[in-house]
Design a protein. Structure first.
Lengths: 80, 364
């Protein structure tokens, strides 16, 4: 499955990308798609069997499943 | 995977370029259809925060940019009150971005407009801006962060839009305590409706497209993503073609409108602006747009820029434009006080950048 994780900070995206790559998961950082946010932050795109929740940084905003260019929100962490 | 053509950001760039050309024709100073730094500086003077008589005016373009972004965000359901990402540091960084931009005599957007008008003296600013962004990106890669923002009450998000509405009311009723330049760049302006509409349109489009002068170069370096850079280039190409058609293209490094030949300090001033913009997450234009869609941290940044502009003109930190009067050339440039301020700004950004590096463990 292909996932897109958005974060509150660039650092958070970077730490997550490193954590995913450390577990041999294909991950890369890109600008957040406009469809997901009006902010110009950084997201992590990765391919894995599941969303790998344990590897995502605490400043995670949300995780989406990407399918044919559209995004379905799986869960968010935006309690505040 | 085929890359989509970023039509929206290109459209925004083209419209911004066209609006800049119209505003210049309608009365704004040369190559200054838009200049976020200059216009915030004019507003700072207009409300009496500085006493430089030639740069005092309540610029409707700024009001329009913020309100255009605000209206678009409200219509699209994207207006959210957010704040709490080290606002005091953002205030300081915003102030120094302004000091750097005013040393050069233009924000990153005006830098592009100056280049599109054939102002070759702006090349030093462009090079400095790129170097500043590269330094900022280096710190991003090393783990720089100002921390996250949090959802806050909507009223927090309306602070800058409300200030802009208040400024618009002041501009309409023109109370005696406001200052309006009678000579110099501050006296040169498009009529209020034209300037306001131009700001509203560009603000709304910039909110939709996320246009950012610093973000384009940052994303190109960080991700090899050229999306935002196309907006930057679209502005340049539009203004270049427009100036050629209008006979305003003057590709020399001779006396240019509101510009100077102090290349070293143009370079360093825009390096300061570029570096600061990366630490803030966007150029001055982007900060206006973010503040318009409810970001309280960006509102604080804009207030920092207004105060920075006041300091720049009260203490002679801003660059002085070259002048040609009756065939006599008077060299402008950045005075010693301005040079000290730019160096101080670079030192302060270095301290902020290092102090906010990630050092392992839980993020604070």
């Amino acid at each position: 499955m292909r996932y897109v994780a958005t974060f509150h900070t660039h650092l958070s995206a970077m730490l997550t990308c490193q954590a995913l790559q450390g577990h041999d998961i294909a991950a890369r950082m890109t600008p957040v798609p406009r469809a997901l946010s009006s902010s110009c932050g950084t997201c992590v795109r990765y391919e894995a069997a599941d969303p790998c929740r344990a590897l995502l940084d605490a400043d995670l905003e949300a995780v989406y499943e990407e399918q044919d260019g559209s995004y379905g929100r799986l869960f968010s962490n935006d309690s505040q | 995977m085929t890359k989509k053509i970023p039509w929206l950001v290109i459209l925004t760039g083209v419209v911004t370029g066209l609006a800049a050309l119209v505003l210049t024709k309608a009365g704004n100073p040369g190559n200054m259809g838009f200049c976020i730094a200059c216009f915030l500086r004019d507003i700072s003077g207009g409300v009496g925060l500085h006493t430089a008589a030639k740069v005092q005016y309540i610029r409707p373009e700024i009001i329009g940019l913020v309100l255009g972004a605000c209206i678009m965000a409200l219509v699209r359901g994207e207006f959210t009150g957010r704040a709490g990402s080290t606002p005091a540091l953002r205030f300081v960084i915003g102030a120094f971005v302004m000091v750097g931009a005013l040393a050069f005599l233009g924000c990153p957007l005006r830098m592009v407009l100056r280049l599109g008008g054939g102002d070759l003296t702006a090349i030093a600013g462009l090079l400095g801006f790129i170097v500043g962004i590269l330094v900022g990106v280096l710190f991003l890669k090393k783990g720089f962060s100002l921390g996250r923002a949090y959802k806050v009450k909507k009223s927090e998000g309306f602070v800058l839009p409300a200030i802009m509405i208040f400024l618009l009311v002041l501009l309409l009723i023109k109370p005696a305590f406001l200052y309006f330049s009678e000579t110099g760049p501050g006296s040169m302006h498009a009529a209020l409706p034209i300037a306001l509409i131009a700001g509203l349109v560009v603000g709304a489009l910039a909110q939709r497209s996320r246009l950012c002068m610093a973000g384009g170069i940052r994303d190109t370096v960080l991700f090899k993503d050229f999306h935002l850079l196309t907006g930057f280039l679209a502005i340049f190409v539009t203004v270049l073609i427009g100036n050629l058609i209008l006979g305003q293209f003057n590709p020399t490094n001779a006396v240019q409108p509101v510009a100077h030949h102090d290349y070293v300090w143009s370079f360093l001033g825009m390096a300061l602006a570029g570096w600061g913009s990366i630490l803030l997450g966007g150029c001055p234009l982007r900060q206006l747009i973010l503040a318009g869609e409810g970001n309280g941290d960006s509102a604080v940044t804009i207030l920092g820029m207004i105060v920075g502009a006041a300091f720049a003109h009260n203490f002679g930190l801003a660059g002085n434009a070259d002048a040609m009067t009756d065939g006599v050339f008077t060299a402008g440039g950045v005075a010693p006080a301005g040079r000290i301020a730019v160096v101080l700004g670079l030192v302060v950004l270095a301290v902020i950048s290092i102090a906010n590096l990630y050092r392992g463990g839980k993020q604070k």
